[in-house]
Design a protein around this ligand. Structure first.
Ligand SMILES: [Zn+2]
Length: 549
């Protein structure tokens, strides 16, 4: 008996000491915890993917085990990994290996070079595609490419360049490949643009979503490759999480690639996803029959099901005055979702359209409480205080994007400068106490960089450089960052696991090229990560940390 005790006691001690040893420590930095106090710390300890302590370098050094990885930050700033609360990331990812990307490209000449480079990688007959994420105002030349320029750059390949969901430009090979000779050949009421003499210019306006669906889809192999690459690209920009709202051009097959990457344990960004109806006008049956099999939250910490949205009944999508029968179907689905404890996010462009939607949610809530389900409205750039108060009363949140980065001038033209000054009203929402998540809505209608969106949230300037938003709706740097971290984590019920750098949370973080808190605002858009961790695992490393790859 005594022998056993002697053996057991030291063993127990060793185990408990080991349990406290950190396997990774980050020291000598400026760690923005983005916790409730928004404190800055020098150092942070990680064990088994989770943060075990934050503090001074001296305190944290003591926690490092003998074999711990010690990362000297050299004074660099660390932020919680950024989370986009509304990014069509699954779709963007599946096209990332095959599309050419114009996000942030400063000149049309360079954009056309990207078409040339993309064409070089294609086999004969394969398409060159730009799927959105750009506006002509970003170019020094301030204009669209012409069909002749596109034809020259794409060589023998059919080519398609989409701008938002508004228009597209195709070369003749592209038009021939899709058999488009007149407006009658275009889906969804699209029209061929014509010059003064009536000759088609290669431009197409309207019907862009069904037109895109006519392009050949990448193979599963290409989509898997794109998914891995896109998430690494997001890691390069300090991102560790997204909430994906399904959306246009997404089909059940779109999920094959992300499901494979997840199953293979190669996801480097945490994904929470909601599901749209795919078969209008049969959304009620579709949701109840098939989605009903999926429990809320199903998945793991890398990927989980987060409910329904952002298009639920397609007939009320972007409709200011929906017809009562469509609203009734929406009510049936919302009530069904509430009864099952599902999350729900709903795409709503304008305050004029949200009243009918909130009435449905208020009706549902009077029958089945939705107050703890964290339902949300996406977009709503002109949200009125009254709508925000109604959302608050329902326990709902608001996912806010940098749509005005591309559309600020247009909002000034259509809504007036005074209204555009308060778009989107993030400070009003904060005062009212509505949870706000930040994000982009990328990759067709916005670039995907969180730093572009963060700079815009602080300076209110459009891609063309025009300051549209006023100081009354401009957040502090700390609040803008918190919306992109803790704020976004709320929408997938993950705010107790990530979104701030505190003991017990995942070590999801990014070490930045420069200090977000002190650099001039106009440099924020150019920030990148030099070291990104997801669950303590290094998923991106560059510059001084390149050897950690
Ligand atoms: Zn949307």
């Amino acid at each position: 008996m005594p022998m056993k005790l002697i053996c057991l006691i030291p063993l127990a001690l060793t185990v408990s000491l080991l349990a406290q040893d950190a396997d990774t420590v980050l020291i000598n930095g400026k760690i923005l915890t983005a916790d409730a106090q928004f404190s800055a710390q020098q150092a942070l300890a990680v064990r088994d993917g989770k943060i075990t302590a934050v503090g001074t370098t001296a305190q944290i050094r003591k926690l490092a085990g003998a074999r711990a990885r010690v990362i000297d930050l050299g004074g660099r700033t660390v932020i919680p990994g950024l989370i986009d609360s509304h990014m069509h990331a699954i779709r963007a990812a599946s096209f990332f290996a095959t599309e050419s990307n114009w996000a942030g490209v400063p000149t049309l000449a360079e954009a056309l070079d990207r078409i040339r480079e993309s064409a070089k990688t294609k086999r004969p007959g394969e398409w060159v595609v730009v799927g959105g994420g750009w506006k002509p105002e970003q170019f020094k030349e301030k204009r669209f490419p012409t069909q002749a320029e596109l034809t020259e750059a794409a060589g023998d390949h059919p080519a398609y360049v989409q701008m938002l969901y508004a228009s597209a430009l195709m070369n003749q090979r592209g038009l021939d490949a899709l058999n488009i000779k007149s407006d009658a050949d275009l889906p969804g009421g699209g029209k061929l643009d014509r010059d003064a003499s009536g000759k088609p210019t290669g431009g197409i306006t309207g019907g862009i979503v069904p037109l895109f669906d006519r392009l050949p889809r990448p193979t599963l192999e290409q989509r898997v490759e794109g998914t891995k690459k896109f998430f690494r690209e997001l890691n390069r920009l300090g991102m560790t999480g997204v909430s994906d709202p399904c959306g246009n051009n997404v089909t059940p097959e779109t999920y094959e690639a992300i499901n494979k990457v997840w199953r293979d344990r190669q996801l480097t960004v945490r994904v929470a996803y909601t599901i749209c109806g795919f078969n209008p006008p049969h959304e009620v049956e579709e949701y109840q029959k098939y989605l009903g099999l999926m429990p809320m939250g199903f998945g793991d910490d890398m990927m989980h099901f987060n409910g329904i949205g952002e298009q639920i009944v397609w007939a009320i999508n972007n409709v200011e005055k929906p017809n009562p029968a469509d609203l009734e179907r929406f009510y049936q689905i919302a009530k069904w979702a509430a009864g099952r404890g599902y999350g729900l996010t709903f795409h709503c462009g304008t305050d004029a359209a949200v009243d009918a939607i909130l009435k449905v949610f208020e009706r549902v809530d009077s029958e089945v409480s939705i107050k703890n389900l964290r339902w949300s409205i996406a977009h709503l750039n002109d949200a009125s205080p009254a709508s925000l108060r109604r959302m608050k009363a329902l326990g709902m949140g608001w996912t806010m994007q940098d749509a005005m980065y591309f559309s600020g001038e247009e909002a000034e033209r259509t809504e007036g400068a005074a209204a555009a000054r308060r778009m989107p009203p993030v400070e009003t929402a904060r005062e009212i106490g509505v949870p706000v998540g930040a994000g982009t809505d990328a990759h067709r209608v916005a670039p995907y960089s969180p730093f572009t969106a963060l700079q815009w949230s602080l300076d209110g300037k459009t891609v063309g450089g025009k300051a549209v938003r006023g100081p009354e709706e401009t957040p502090s740097r700390a609040n803008a960052l918190q919306a992109y971290t803790q704020g976004s984590a709320w929408f997938s019920h993950d705010d107790d696991k990530r979104g701030s750098l505190e003991p017990g949370k995942f070590a999801d973080l990014a070490v930045l090229t420069k200090d977000y808190m002190t650099i001039p605002v106009e440099q924020i858009g150019g920030l990148e990560s030099v070291l990104t961790m997801v669950g303590g695992k290094i998923v991106y490393a560059a510059g001084p940390f390149a050897s950690y790859k």
